[in-house]
Design a binder for this molecule. Structure first.
Ligand code: ATP
Length: 701
């Protein structure tokens, strides 16, 4: 049988070698897959991914002849060895697939090529494969830090337990990987095997998912021994529909993700036979607690020693409980989970995580669930917040009865409707001017792109401007500290003393690059930035700081849960979003292409004007005074808009000056927005007046 397969494969290999094999500079064979080898490869194909073909001898040398000391472990697919490729010195993990249930060569090759196309910083990268005789081996990048399971449950004596923020970052990274599989590749990939042992961590706890997309390489179904061990391994993570015999969907992965999140929160294994009967199944143990928020703090891993904020815990538990809904359709999209976790994984100096902006989600159920927990009293258990913050968050949900909550939900739903409609309209606009391409891969590429060259983006790869892309941008623009990074960047970060700063830089770079790939008018920010090279970094920092201020003000406002204030908060949210986007748009004025520039101005004017109308409409009747203040701010933006019109000056120097002036005005508009959040409205009015005086019209005015 094997002998029959082998010639078949080698003849294929020979054919490939004729057509597609190349030798790289290291003397290694690289396989460039033929276009449309199989249906799903064809569908996923955006560009050809090189996959190395190794011969068995190369891998035997790399793993010291598969010596025991190189054995990393053994899983459902076979043994995994650590190795070093002789040609490059690269560390790899070599997975030697079990011999039972051997797959046809074509099938194996097709699966491998399909797998190799899945590239994301939070996925373990497939480097190559070997199909030599009856041997089937997969060669992956080596991830040095062990699995999440090791870190949660098999700690070495001198190892510190993972802190709360690290746990949230791991969850966020894993969600990003899963979001890529679900939302960024076509057709979506259902992981099927998400569990703590399949989340590998690098030296900095950066998570990478492994074993995704391997189910087609599983040994044959006739192998009951294999099946029973796999079922045992995944038991505790598999969604109820699996037990019912229903088809698995992306929502089954969301369930498994919920189990992992629960493990991170509680430090308990999905299945722990050493515990009393009623505690052996983690989800069964947690379900009654989900219904009683007062008991949430009791769920937390004792190793955390209560070093987390109550709000952070409440929201993490709320997300978990949503993921673990019995009904698949009731579970959230992983993209919403990812957005929520992006905020929960942001650490702040005072130890309180940033509040999740409830309007950031594709699915409103997530907003509603989190809003229930965002107004809880948030006295952190260990690191106490400043007095004002305590006050701001101290409207306790304990006193709210269920009726009140329902009314609140209804109101929230109504108020969200407007924003969601608006968001949908924006999204569909964006969708229409872009092809639905693989956005995530591009994000990765963007990060690696040096700053100076980012304006010359690959015109062939249009950024996917889906809802999810918008959400990503929202999270990123709100100073997400946790960013994608390539392996090289990870190494750099390791050695860098200013790792935190470089992270932030990479995030803002990503956001900038993101705009560069955007077809909308705001995508031409480079020339403006290049006007004042010396001040560029400082200016960027200022903007970042402003964003942070706005964000934190917004967070504070969010937590005050009186009905009037909720309305007000929304209007602030809308204003911020519009002013923020106005800023981005005005930044983009200096396009190299003058014609495009003019178009851009037109579109900007339109956006800014409509922002004005929208903000005007949000203001309530009893807030006349405040409205006046907003009007003044809008006038400033409007004037900035007039200045934007003046950009197309023939004289380049003059144009540069105009940009500078515009920046200053936008800058001051942003500062004014900050004042919107002042509790004292009189103060706000006062602060607006002098700003009016400060306003210096441009030459054109
Ligand atoms: N790319 C890699 N880098 C470093 N270690 C790895 C890599 N891939 C797997 N390992 C380690 O090899 C061991 C076996 O992994 P494998 O994925 O085969 O099994 P598993 O995850 O334990 O079980 P299952 O196959 O049921 O998912 C684990 O200890 C895992 O952490």
């Amino acid at each position: 049988m094997i002998m029959n397969c082998f010639p078949c494969f080698t003849s294929r290999k020979r054919r490939n070698s004729h057509n597609n094999n190349e030798t790289n500079e290291n003397g290694e064979h690289e396989f460039r897959p033929p276009v449309a080898t199989t249906k799903h490869i064809q569908e996923r194909e955006t560009e050809q991914t090189p996959v190395k073909i190794f011969n068995f001898r190369e891998l035997a040398t790399a793993t010291k002849n598969f010596r025991q000391e190189c054995l990393l472990g053994e899983g459902g697919f076979g043994r995994v060895y650590k190795g070093t490729l002789q040609s490059t010195g690269q560390l790899v993990a070599v997975k030697q697939l079990d011999k039972h249930g051997r797959h046809g060569n074509k099938e194996f090759q097709a699966e491998v090529l399909s797998l190799a196309k899945l590239e994301h910083p939070n996925l373990v990268k497939l480097i190559g494969y070997c199909a030599d005789g009856d041997q089937r081996l997969l060669v992956f990048e080596y991830v040095s830090g062990g699995s999440l399971q090791d870190h949660l449950y098999e700690q070495k004596p001198n190892q510190k337990p993972m802190d709360w923020i690290t746990r949230m970052k791991i969850a966020f990274g894993a969600a990003q990987g899963l979001d890529y599989l679900h939302d960024k590749v076509n057709p979506p990939v259902i992981y099927r095997d998400l569990k703590a042992s399949n989340i590998l961590l690098d030296a900095e706890f950066y998570p990478k998912l492994c074993d995704f997309g391997l189910h087609n390489l599983e040994p044959g179904t006739g192998d009951s021994l294999f099946l029973s061990s796999r079922v045992m391994d995944t038991y505790g993570y598999s969604a109820p529909e699996y037990a019912r015999g229903d088809d698995l969907t992306v929502k089954s992965d969301v369930y498994s993700f919920g189990v992992v999140l629960l493990e991170l929160i509680t430090g308990r294994r999905a299945i722990d036979t050493t515990k009393p009967n009623d505690e052996q199944n983690l989800v069964a143990w947690a379900q009654p607690i989900f219904r009683d928020p007062k008991r949430y703090p009791d769920m937390a891993d004792p190793l955390l020693r209560k070093n987390f904020s109550e709000r952070g815990l409440n929201q993490a538990v709320a997300i978990t409980s949503m993921c673990l809904q019995e009904e698949p359709t009731a579970r959230p999209l992983i993209s919403d989970v990812m957005v929520a976790l992006s905020f929960l994984s942001m650490s702040t100096e005072d130890g309180i995580p940033t509040a999740v902006p409830i309007l950031s989600f594709r699915d409103k159920s997530m907003s509603i669930a989190l809003s229930r927990h965002s107004s809880c009293s948030v006295t952190p258990f260990s690191s106490l917040p400043r007095k004002e913050e305590e006050d701001a968050f101290s409207v306790s949900s304990d006193s709210e009865d269920e009726d009140e909550e329902q009314v609140k939900d209804e109101e929230l739903r109504r108020s969200q409707k407007t924003v969601l409609e608006e968001k949908t309209a924006t999204d569909s606009d964006n969708e229409s001017d872009s092809n639905s391409k693989n956005g995530q891969k591009e994000q990765h590429t963007q990060l690696e792109k040096p700053r100076s060259s980012s304006s010359s983006s690959d015109s062939g790869s249009k950024k996917r401007r889906s809802n999810n892309g918008e959400i990503n941008a929202t999270a990123q623009s709100l100073k997400m500290k946790y960013s994608y990074s390539s392996e090289e960047e990870d190494n750099e970060r390791l050695s860098s003393k200013n790792s935190c700063k470089s992270n932030e830089e990479s995030t803002s770079l990503q956001y900038d690059s993101d705009r560069d790939h955007d077809d909308s008018p705001r995508n031409t920010s480079r020339p403006i930035n290049s006007i004042s090279h010396d001040d560029e970094d400082e200016e960027e920092e200022n903007h970042e700081t402003q964003l942070q201020h706005i964000h934190s003000s917004k967070s504070e406002v969010q937590s005050v849960s009186s009905d009037d204030e909720e309305e007000e908060e929304e209007s602030h949210e809308t204003q911020i979003q519009h002013i923020h986007s106005s800023k981005s748009k005005v930044q983009s004025v200096s396009s190299d292409d003058e014609d495009e520039e003019e178009d851009n101005h037109e579109t900007q004017l339109h956006h800014i004007q409509s922002a004005k109308f929208e903000v005007q409409s949000v203001s309530s009747d009893d807030e006349d005074e405040e409205k006046e203040g907003h009007e003044t701010q809008l006038q400033h933006i409007h004037s900035s808009k007039s200045e934007v019109q003046s950009v197309s000056s023939d004289d380049e120097d003059e144009e540069a000056e105009n940009h500078e002036t515009q920046f200053q005005h936008i800058h001051s508009s942003k500062s004014e927005v900050q004042s919107v959040f002042s509790d004292d409205e009189d103060e706000e009015e006062e602060s607006n007046e002098p700003e009016e005086e400060k306003y210096i019209p441009s030459d054109q005015d």
